[in-house]
Write a protein of this length. Structure first.
Length: 492
């Protein structure tokens, strides 16, 4: 088969999550063998749903999805589902295959080396019996990628593969994808990562529910889309000006009677035609509204005292002494490589009960967890946000929620059914309502649309309570005031 033939072809495909939430309407596009494409669209547009249609996990309502015979497809998911966190490493990989693979251990070793997660000689014997939930978020991200690679697929689907990866992990993945000769579709909000290896974009337009196909690298396509939006806005502005001028003339001629009324009638037809010619400017331009996280009114001067903390070195926990006091208004960044124990430290601080860590009892903690496991997935968005409000005023809740693009159509949706990006925006809406004195943030840009990130950074930069931040995105951290850095990877 020619390299230029369609490996995956969507022809007039439509799919609805339910009757009120269409995802695709007569969408058509082609993925060619060896192509490396970005899948773009705002949070909740249906990018992960499109992956599920390609893998066959979901079935389209109408239209055709044609995939070349004997094409194998594997997906590197965004997150590891909670039940799988209890599996061993070996079982986690074994479940990828319909039939038992008797020589799977060498295959696991090979893919762990590709994703830069090779265990030390000391840990090699027991590594495959280790429980998945014991790994850090960054290590789990590498395991998700390895789980897809071990299947040696013709088509590799990557859903936010850089989430939780540190700089070395992203560099390692980028190098691998540049050299990878098979077909890749990737969902990511990391512009530099995407621009380094992709050669085209599939753009999910949430207004017409079509998939627009562009050639070129990621930055080029972004410029093309921005230029198109600007043209649409200029066209609409000119039409609006003409429409208003004609309406003024119609009002004038209508009052003159006789032939002037016929002129007015013709002008009304022209106005109607001009209204129809106005373009719906795409909603992807829409970002969350600027917001402020107000702290509680009685934040004490000393918020957190840290006399020791645990790190993981060579897979062994180690207690490290320190002397750190986080004061009101101070911003602390915690850094260190994947697996060192950053998330574990944040979890213990949020619980307020760990050895060597003391959060002043009167301080209210707002915790943004990278896996959203502190959200109740069975509750609706409405219930979750109302529970977060000190004063249960529905009008105020809806006003705040809409600022985070959580509109009425989502209020009855279960939290577990939101996209990961929508969960992130809801978590920020909750923090705004809760007014914490201590803000603990674990990778708060994961899954978030790049258009929202500067607004989130500004809100965090201006936060006047105490803040502890973990983030592997330097461009994001650069926009936030950081008063102190705690490096868990520093040898002591």
């Amino acid at each position: 088969m020619s390299r230029m033939e369609g490996l995956i072809v969507f022809n007039e495909v439509s799919y609805e999550y339910d009757a009120t939430r269409p995802i695709l309407k007569s969408a058509s596009f082609v993925v060619r063998r060896g192509g490396k494409l970005t899948l773009m669209g705002q949070n909740g547009a249906g990018k992960s749903t499109l992956f599920a249609l390609i893998t066959g996990l979901l079935k389209q309502d109408s239209g055709d999805i044609n995939i070349q015979p004997r094409t194998t497809i594997a997906i590197s998911r965004q997150i590891i589902p909670r039940p799988e966190l209890k599996l061993t490493v070996r079982t986690f990989f074994e479940q990828c295959f319909k039939e038992k693979i008797y020589d799977i251990d060498p295959k696991i070793d090979d893919v762990l080396e590709i994703v830069n997660l090779t265990p030390t000689e000391k840990m090699k014997e027991t590594f495959k019996d280790r429980i998945i939930g014991s790994f850090s978020g960054g290590q789990q991200a590498r395991l998700l990628l390895a789980q897809a690679l071990i299947q040696n697929p013709d088509v590799l689907l990557l859903d936010e593969p850089t989430n939780n990866l540190d700089v070395s992990g992203i560099d390692h993945l980028t190098t691998f994808l540049k050299e990878y000769t098979k077909t890749v579709l990737v969902i990511s909000h990391d512009a530099d990562f995407l621009n380094s290896f992709t050669d085209g974009v599939l753009y999910l337009n949430v207004q017409n529910r079509q998939v627009e196909q562009y050639n070129g690298n990621y930055h080029t396509v972004l410029k093309d889309i921005a230029a198109r939006v600007e043209r649409e806005q200029r066209q609409n502005a000119q039409l609006a000006k003409e429409i208003q001028a004609n309406k003024d003339k119609v009002n004038y001629f209508s009052n003159k009677g006789g032939k002037m009324r016929l002129v007015a009638k013709r002008m009304r037809d022209d106005i109607e035609e001009a209204e129809e010619n106005k373009v719906d400017v795409r909603r992807e331009d829409k970002t969350i509204r600027p917001f402020t996280i107000e702290p509680q009114t009685d934040v004490p001067i000393d918020v957190v005292k840290l006399t020791s903390y645990k790190v993981i070195r060579n897979h062994v926990p180690k207690e490290v002494e320190c002397s750190l006091i986080l004061k009101r208004g101070s911003h602390l960044q915690i850094i260190g490589p994947n697996g060192i124990g950053k998330t574990t430290l944040l979890e213990s601080l949020a619980s307020g009960h760990a050895k060597g860590e003391q959060v002043t009892p009167s301080v209210k903690i707002g915790y943004y967890r990278q896996d959203f496991s502190n959200l109740e997935f069975e509750k609706t968005v409405f219930e979750t946000l109302m529970d977060s409000m000190p004063k249960k005023i529905e009008e105020d809740m809806r006003s705040i929620a809409s600022g985070f693009l959580l509109f009425s159509d989502l209020m009855k949706t279960r939290v577990g059914n939101l996209s990961e990006g929508q969960k992130g925006l809801m978590a920020f809406a909750k923090l705004t309502m809760e007014r914490p004195g201590l803000l603990i943030l674990d990778e708060p840009t994961n899954h978030i649309n790049f258009r929202h990130i500067p607004i989130i950074a500004k809100a965090l930069n201006e936060y006047i309570g105490a803040m502890i931040l973990v983030s592997h995105v330097p461009e994001f951290v650069e926009q936030i005031r950081i008063d102190e850095v705690l490096d868990l990877g520093k040898q002591k």
